[in-house]
Design a protein around this ligand. Sequence first.
Ligand code: DX5
Ligand code: ZN
Length: 209
Amino acid sequence: MIKLSPSVLAADFACLKDEIEKISGADYVHIDVMDGHFVPNITFGPDIVKCIRKLTNLVLDVHLMIENPEKYVDVFLASGADIITVHYECNMDYEYIKNKVKAAGKKLGLSIKPKTSADAVKDFLPDLDMVLVMSVEPGFGGQKFMSESLEKIKKIRQMDKNIDIEVDGGIGEGNIKAVADAGANVIVAGSSVFKAENVRQAVENLKKF
Ligand code: DX5
Ligand code: ZN
């Protein structure tokens, strides 16, 4: 059974409460934190995570697209994040982050960008709860799915049968089966959920694909 993680990046922030309510049939809430350095876009910080925490009991899946995430891991944990994912490609104190997330009893994810090979995550697998395979260049919602990511998902699934594999970028009703068949079990969907005419229906359709 897959877990669906709608990305609030595509939500209407003027009515965040309603938007979060509409995805109550999903499993996680995917929260894209961008710093304008690691990626060319800026989104939101821990205070918004805290607001979302008050609105839902769904798992908060925080995707940190930032440099030096060790500076912010404590504050994101305190804000109510359940999963903290950092990028393999950023500058970071990985040991510090790992210890903080584990000590808080939360889950740790490591993400790889489209040009990073699956082998990069190999040595980290014993520590990790989740690997996030980006299927678009991180920074923006609404981009086209890169099908090369399917091979990467398969490769990571061969390395580890049990780890959560999340895939993020350009996923909708047309390709969710392909990513699940490749071995991903946590599926991010931004535009295909929040830009749908009927958001509740979109969640339902993606869940049963
Ligand atoms: C991109 C983000 C994604 C994005 C996905 O950098 O990490 O989570 O919100 O949006 P869609 O599903 O529209 O590609
Ligand atoms: Zn994301």
